[in-house]
Ligand binder design. Sequence first.
Ligand code: SF4
Length: 247
Amino acid sequence: MTDARRLAYLEALGVDVYVRRGLEPVPEVARPEQMDPAESMPATPASAAPGVEATLDWEPLRAMVSACTRCSLHATRTQTVFGVGNRSAKWMFIGEAPGAEEDRQGEPFVGRAGQLLTSMLKAMGFAREDVYIANVLKCRPPGNRDPKPEEAVQCRGYLERQIELVAPALIVAVGRIAAQNLLATDTALARLRGKVHSLGPRGWPLVVTYHPAYLLRSPGEKRKAWQDLLFARQVFARLAAGERVLP
Ligand code: SF4
């Protein structure tokens, strides 16, 4: 990407000139399964979500999601919103749930918030196709209400299998709901930012940032979101250098 284009994306994020410097090429990094087991992060407890076979591949998984009636959201969806992007990505971005536009198009993070996420990715030097993007829920909650805990539990196995299949080096939880859901916490997003968390029994490294829909409502927070993305890059670089990123 040219500097001019990156500049434009950063301007869309409301980022000042001084933080435009220093975007080095993203280094290679070992994924968790390639790491020395002795170096692995502490596991969080496995969820009680209904199972999805640990051997299920992409297409059967997608078909299973498309036909899913595990929670009541199946009755109001236009279609399921499975996930999109590079199935071997080293970065995985996980949001909350489809909105109206996502429900219509069948793809996560489209519409205005999705365009801002795309700008955030491009400011980091990624195309949308470079990363994998999914949501905690695969069906739209009516009226864009927050997911109910039971819905997230029912849907969790699909996301867990997606994470296993992608095997990302780093996960970015996009927004408070996704972060709290993935980390099984009610801690405020502000207190989850700037730290590396461990997700699931495999100890996937996870960092959090604001949801672009929130940033559209609160543009003054875009600077913090950019700080989160720079932090994510630092974490990724540390992983690439073989450093521990968790205590
Ligand atoms: S939200 Fe998830 S669990 Fe509920 S019906 Fe959709 S795919 Fe199934």
